[in-house]
Design a protein around this ligand. Structure first.
Ligand SMILES: [Ca+2]
Ligand SMILES: [Ca+2]
Length: 549
């Protein structure tokens, strides 16, 4: 039975008829408060590197139970994220608006929630402005963050994946969002597929034995952007960028790794030998037994399943194909070796992104802009590496919704090197960036909240919930405090409730235990309120601040 909380009560058709035409500035911006922004977007980066490996329930603890070894591995994986974190706030409880590239990025860059636009999946990879639903294009004329800044005097430039589609000027939103866009080419050369990679996944080695991460395409992109900031100009063939001296800038570098295919140069693969990993039958059994308390709706998104008697069994998923393919190569150890080799290539791919971050920070640090540039680093969603017997994203568990988020504002020193546990969203970036520069928000339903108070005091009171949506406007998760609710298909019998403090890996579904009934009802009401808030035309925090710290 559909409940009274059904979010189908918010018909998208009505949203579409709203006039979200461009934005108009409602107030006056103060150029004195402007701040440069270097935005670094990393595709499919799980919260697993050095910033997160000691967090409760982190998957790296499963792979490397020994504390010293895990610390070493995390340092190898993301030393430059650690370097960035020292000069800003690391958010440990940040979540995407949707656990897939296209809806997450469209929501972040426009501020509009997926359930409001209707763009809740990758939707065939359609350019967000072309996305059609119910006979309309709800995002056709919305204003993106860089577009808004550009309209208010910023120089905006980018390369790499910022929006989901990026291969062409038009689909990178080149005309409206960017003063300059280019697609920097280059690769480390030939690719050799790892024999343990099954057909539906793809990982291996790129380049020759003496190739290094500096030869990879992402690094070329980072190098291009770093040069632009350091020297004031950069060239990609005939495409030349020049940084204006009298304008603030918003420069975004989109890094594709660790997105599939996990091809890395050998120098980084050598950092993660499979011999150092602890992956065994006990772990597989523990993950498999997670299935017995899940609603049917949850099982469709993972490799967990139950038999006729309700006993957990292994279902269908790309992760399961890794195990099966490995077993076909080596019936004794193959399934675990396949799992380990996937992890090795994913971890090396995370290290690629990290080395690119290092190059970008070098460029900034050698430039005149270091003390006037906020660095914002985010990943578009998380990633399952076997948890819930699932590979990739596309779920509402924290494995897929929890994201990397670091905001390094050189002027707000109180927060430097600190972690923030507040539940925040990538949707908060639009109002945060505008707030830093005293810009009002465009007239469209921007749902995020300005994170300024958390940047100066990561322990500041933050009573807000965070939500995430996937596949349709009827599947959501909500985190309030240390509780997490997931609700599928707008149905009150298709729910999960987790106590993230005592069960950070989301094993024990409390939703149907009588003592949690009241809490579930409260969280369902919170969810509806949060969904409704996303539909308002203007964020509650749209009034410009007078100072940046
Ligand atoms: Ca992604
Ligand atoms: Ca479970």
């Amino acid at each position: 039975m559909r409940s009274q909380h059904s979010c189908s009560a918010w018909p998208i058709a009505i949203m579409i008829t709203c006039l979200w035409v461009g934005g108009t500035c409602l107030g006056t911006e103060k150029q004195s408060g402007t701040q440069n922004v270097l935005m670094i977007a990393i595709d499919d980066l799980k919260t697993i590197g050095s910033l997160y490996s000691d967090e409760p329930g982190n998957f790296l603890k499963r792979v490397y139970p020994d504390d010293d070894r895990r610390t070493q591995i995390a340092k190898r994986m993301t030393p430059n994220l650690t370097r960035l974190a020292a000069r800003g706030v690391t958010f440990t409880n940040a979540h995407c608006a949707a656990p897939a590239c296209n809806p997450s990025r469209a929501a972040l860059m426009t501020g509009i929630r997926p359930h409001v636009s209707g763009l809740t999946t990758n939707a065939g990879g359609v350019f967000f402005r072309d996305y059609e639903i119910n006979g309309g294009k709800p995002l056709e004329n919305v204003t993106t963050l860089p577009q808004w800044l550009r309209e208010h005097g910023w120089y905006t430039a980018t390369t790499g994946k910022i929006f989901h589609t990026m291969g062409s000027y038009r689909q990178a939103d080149g005309e409206r969002s960017w003063s300059n866009w280019t697609n920097v080419p280059g690769s480390a050369g030939r690719k050799r597929r790892d024999p343990f990679s099954p057909k539906t996944l793809d990982w291996g080695v790129e380049g020759d034995r003496d190739s290094t991460y500096r030869d990879l395409n992402d690094y070329h992109k980072a190098d291009f952007i770093a040069d632009l900031i350091e020297f004031g100009h950069s060239a990609d063939g005939d495409e030349k960028f020049s940084l204006p001296k009298n304008q603030p800038f918003f420069i975004a570098c989109g890094l594709f790794r660790p997105h599939l295919p996990f091809y890395s140069t050998q120098d980084l693969l050598d950092l993660f030998p499979t011999e150092e990993m602890t992956i065994d039958q006990a772990l597989l059994d523990e993950f498999m037994n997670d299935a017995d308390d899940l609603p049917n709706a949850a099982l469709r998104w993972c490799g967990l399943a139950v038999d006729e008697k309700g006993h957990p069994v292994i279902g269908r998923d790309r992760f399961v194909e890794i195990l099966e393919h490995g077993k076909s190569i080596d019936p004794v150890d193959g399934k675990f070796l396949g799992w380990k080799r996937m992890l090795q290539h994913y971890f090396a791919s995370c290290a690629i992104a990290d080395r690119c971050v290092g190059r970008l920070l070098d460029g900034l640090d050698h430039s005149p802009y270091r003390d006037r540039t906020t660095v914002i680093l985010w990943s578009d969603h998380g990633y399952h590496l076997g948890e819930k017997l699932h590979e990739t994203k596309f779920t509402l568990w924290n494995d897929a919704t929890n994201v990397n988020l670091v905001i390094a504002d050189p002027q707000i020193k109180q927060g430097h090197g600190r972690k923030c546990e507040a539940a925040v969203s990538l949707l908060d970036l639009f109002p945060t960036v505008c707030g830093q520069s005293n810009l009002e928000l465009p007239r469209q339903p921007i749902a995020g909240r300005d994170l300024a108070s958390l940047l100066s005091n990561p322990n500041a009171h933050w009573p807000h919930s965070v939500i995430c949506t996937y596949e349709s406007v009827s599947n959501h998760m909500l985190i309030r405090g240390h509780y997490k609710l997931i609700r599928y298909d707008d149905r009150d019998d298709q729910i999960e409730l987790y106590d993230l403090k005592n069960d950070p890996e989301e094993f024990i579904n409390l939703a149907h235990q009588p003592e949690y009934k009241e809490l579930v009802n409260e969280l369902l009401i919170d969810l509806q309120q949060e969904l409704r808030r996303g539909e308002s035309r203007q964020s509650e925090q749209s009034v410009p601040r007078t100072t940046t710290n």
